[in-house]
Write a protein that binds this ligand. Structure first.
Ligand code: GDP
Length: 194
């Protein structure tokens, strides 16, 4: 079954302590502009699901969505590596995300989004190293596949996976614009949350 994931907004939590009860959870993390909102909308088959995550005042919160009337949740984490926020803001929210990722017991999988067109940035690689160092379950998703010319794709896939020290087959490639890889990602999310 790879139809859209029925996701309903539950709440936006300022920290771990205020998250809803859940049985299993998947978190989406990535720097801003990587295509996280587009991807969430795409897996949910909705145009504006993730708009809530980009509403002023909510961009620094853990935005929680419930899956298909089950007690499973998808969490949209604040984008990291924002160039235009103050150091103080960044300093307060980075530890909040880290604590969430480290301490949320129900977290089954962390999906780290990397821009497929430009490859992993320094902050993406720092996040990946941190996930590995803390032995947290994670998968790398490369976004915007449609932006890579088809003649360049094999090469690009090799380069991106190597930059992340992964096998090419370990990276999940998607295009929210063209719906590429979306059905497979929906199946994976269902599996992680089952
Ligand atoms: P977020 O900040 O991570 O939530 O990123 P957005 O989803 O808002 O996307 C950032 C920009 O990338 C927007 O201009 C999107 O239209 C564009 N974008 C996102 N996903 C794709 C994709 O799959 N293909 C293409 N061509 N552009 C995309």
């Amino acid at each position: 079954m790879s139809g859209p994931l029925q996701l309903e907004f539950i709440l936006s939590a300022p920290d771990l302590a205020q998250l809803p009860d859940t049985r299993a959870e998947v978190a989406f993390v990535g720097r801003s502009n990587v295509g996280k909102s587009s991807l969430l909308n795409s897996i949910a088959g909705r145009k504006k699901l993730a708009l809530v995550s980009n509403t002023p005042g909510r961009t620094q919160l853990l935005n929680c969505f419930g899956l298909e009337r089950t007690a499973a949740t998808v969490v949209d984490c604040p984008g990291y590596g924002y160039a235009n926020v103050s150091k103080t803001t960044r300093a307060s929210w980075q530890p909040m995300i880290e604590r969430y990722l480290l301490e949320r017991e129900q977290l089954e999988m962390i999906l780290l989004l990397v821009d497929g067109e430009i490859g992993p940035t320094k902050s993406d690689l720092q996040m990946l190293a941190w996930l590995r160092a803390n032995l947290l379950p994670h998968s790398v998703i490369a976004t915007k596949l449609d932006k890579v010319k088809s003649s360049q794709r094999d090469k690009r896939k090799r380069e991106l996976s190597q930059a992340c020290s992964l096998e090419a087959s370990d990276v999940i490639w998607v295009s929210a614009t063209k719906d590429t890889g979306i059905a497979r990602l929906r199946d994976l999310v269902r599996l992680w949350l089952s």
